[in-house]
Design a protein around this ligand. Structure first.
Ligand code: ADP
Ligand code: MG
Length: 352
């Protein structure tokens, strides 16, 4: 029995056809509340350089291994979202292709990556000209107009979106419900948390008008107990959840230098297992909610309290903790973590 879909204004009606494909058989079976397609549409936001593309690509790779047909759409003018899915190679961006003036063939903008993952880069404006956010709108509109989602019918679409400034363009996947679930990648660094808090403001703003909702923080570069404590405390204060703690790991660095995801380059590593666990949690995660962002003064006061607490813990983090942290992340140090002579809780297991 085949399926046939009809795009309505906000819903997609799915009708079943008989075995020969003749006529509509029976009643409309399902309604999906979707932006563009019947896929699971996920957007990953976060501060520049925080690990969105690395995390998104490893999630895509892990999901593809589970048999999902995944499309990853880079919505960052850097246009490097899908590089580690394509042996470090850049692909022509939607905006560059549009600028050529010729009719755009969808095969020019959708490129196959690792395990048949569909890779798209929205691209950016010419340096010094135009607005990067506007570029995302143009790119997504083109993908819709050219029916890219119907053509490739992915079952998971991951939008990898620069989130330093949630301007009109970057907010599009939220505002228009292009994505149904929003995640943010954040470390325990204040500027990353600041960007996450701004994202929460954007989600809250559009939440009454059909905007996408929040589904969790992906805590990245979490190697020390204090990193974990800070990000966890921020999530408590903003009534949000943490999907996974991902350590900073040399395995990621090595894999990236080979132009690959950890899933492809180091499939048996502990880091690969963490990305697989994250991918599974995302697929199973039905949570969607409005986060409670902090006012900027409250956020500042919160940060200062943490600063005071860290000052009380003399010498933390010590330079040598860097190396130890990598041992924890790569799983070579099993058991307890010694910090400044004091025995503190073990991180490694809690990260999995
Ligand atoms: P973004 O997409 O948010 O701008 P990237 O994913 O490009 O950030 O990551 C920035 C840099 O940080 C990359 O060189 C990447 O390899 C590195 N990185 C990100 N996450 C990790 C991690 N968990 N461990 C080690 N390096 C990481
Ligand atoms: Mg990126």
């Amino acid at each position: 029995m085949g399926t046939h879909s009809v795009q309505l204004k906000h819903y997609r009606a799915v009708s079943s056809l008989d075995r020969k494909g003749n006529g509509i058989h029976g009643l409309i079976l399902k309604y999906y509340e979707v932006g563009d397609n019947m896929a699971r549409n996920i957007a990953v936001y976060g501060k520049g350089g925080i690990g969105k593309s690395t995390t998104a690509s490893n999630i895509s790779a892990a999901l593809s291994e589970e048999g999902h047909r995944v499309m990853q759409i880079g919505c960052d003018p850097k246009s490097d979202s899908t590089n580690t899915l394509r042996e470090g190679k850049f692909i022509p961006t939607v905006l560059d292709t549009l600028r050529s003036g010729k009719r755009v063939e969808i095969s020019e903008i959708v490129h196959q990556g690792y395990n048949d993952i569909l890779c798209v880069e929205a691209g950016g404006p010419e340096p010094g000209v135009g607005c990067a956010g506007r570029g995302i709108i143009t790119a997504i509109e083109l993908l819709r107009k050219r029916k890219v989602f119907d053509e490739y019918s992915p079952d998971v679409v991951i939008y990898d979106v620069l989130g330093d400034v949630v301007c009109g363009g970057f907010a599009m996947p939220i505002r228009e419900g292009v994505a149904e679930q929003i995640y943010t990648v954040s470390s325990s660094d204040f500027m990353a948390i600041y960007a996450a808090n701004n994202l929460f403001k954007g989600i809250k703003k559009y939440s009454n008008n059909g905007g996408a909702l929040f589904s969790g923080i992906i805590a990245n570069s979490i190697n020390l107990p204090v990193h974990q404590d800070i990000i966890q405390d921020f999530s408590v204060h903003t009534s949000t959840t943490i999907v996974e703690f991902v350590p900073r790991s040399l395995t990621v660095t090595k894999s990236e230098l080979r132009g690959k995801t950890v899933i492809e380059e180091a499939p048996d590593s502990e880091q690969a297992e963490i990305y697989r666990s994250l991918a599974k949690k995302i697929i199973d995660n039905g949570q969607k909610y409005v986060p409670l962002p902090l006012d900027v003064d409250v956020l500042k006061a919160w940060a200062e309290r943490w600063s005071d607490r860290l000052l009380e813990q003399k010498g933390e983090p010590s330079p040598s903790s860097y190396e130890r942290a990598h041992r924890i992340a790569s799983g070579t140090q099993k058991g307890i973590v010694r910090r400044n002579g004091a025995v503190t809780k073990r991180v490694s297991n809690e990260l999995n």
